[in-house]
Write a protein that binds this ligand. Structure first.
Ligand SMILES: [Zn+2]
Length: 238
């Protein structure tokens, strides 16, 4: 009945015949959801609607689940991995390839990777996922909503840390206001590729230590301290 599997993430386990009906010879989708969608899920729902509207549904075929990345139609981890790698190619792909070569501890790299994807549980991100919080303000400056962009680049503590870092390395640097560009341009023209992988490790160590420090401020009533973050990042880097 359906040439390809579309996973209905909010309506899993249903067969095609259960999520629509025939109106004469025209198939009408009628999706049922387990709960109301969050605002951030609405674009995904619209995208799903567009994909479904292009699907050809036939009365004469049986419902089957097919994994379209494999000729056999059966799911394999390797084909899912290849598919995700292909999806990940694009402007960000090279930056992530560079990140994984960076000289730093794995937990530091994973935090940096999550920062670049905007996937840390900042207050802005938690509220977007429907978590109720007393405040969405940045715990370090209390001036604006806490997002990855704000916490790691725009917050006055972050600005102080980056400025101290450049003075420490004795380099002039124009700070970029996008995390990915900030990471990509964290590069010393006079240094070798190997040295720059260490320099990128400093970037990763700073974001890791800043995140740890932010958690200390939130959960232990600590006080924002840019010098301490840089000191910890220097220790982690070496
Ligand atoms: Zn702030």
């Amino acid at each position: 009945m359906f040439p390809r599997l579309y996973t209905l993430s909010l309506n899993q386990g249903h067969r095609v015949e259960e999520v629509g009906r025939w109106d004469d010879s025209e198939w009408k989708w009628s999706l049922r959801w387990r709960r109301d969608r969050f605002e951030w899920e609405i674009p995904m729902e619209l995208e799903l609607g567009m994909q479904l509207s292009r699907a050809i549904v036939s009365k004469d075929e049986r419902d089957v689940q097919v994994w379209s990345c494999e000729e056999s139609g059966c799911f394999t981890v390797s084909s899912a991995y290849d598919y995700l790698v292909k999806l990940g190619r694009g402007p960000q792909y090279d930056a992530f390839m560079y990140l994984w070569k960076t000289k730093a501890f794995p937990n530091v790299l994973i935090t940096a990777w999550r920062v670049l994807l905007g996937r840390l549980p900042t207050r802005e991100s938690l509220v977007r996922k429907g978590v109720l919080l007393n405040t969405t303000m940045c715990p370090l400056c209390q001036r604006t909503e806490e997002s990855c962009q704000h916490l790691f680049l725009e917050c006055k503590t972050a600005v102080q840390i980056w400025n101290m870092c450049f003075r420490w390395a004795d380099v002039l640097y124009v700070q970029h206001n996008q995390l990915m560009t900030h990471f990509e341009s964290f590069h010393l023209a006079q240094c070798s590729n190997k040295q720059n992988l260490i320099w990128k490790g400093v970037w990763a160590a700073i974001v890791r230590c800043l995140w740890e420090h932010r958690n200390f401020v939130v959960f232990n009533q600590g006080v924002a301290d840019a010098e301490e973050v840089l000191h910890n990042a220097q220790l982690k880097s070496w």
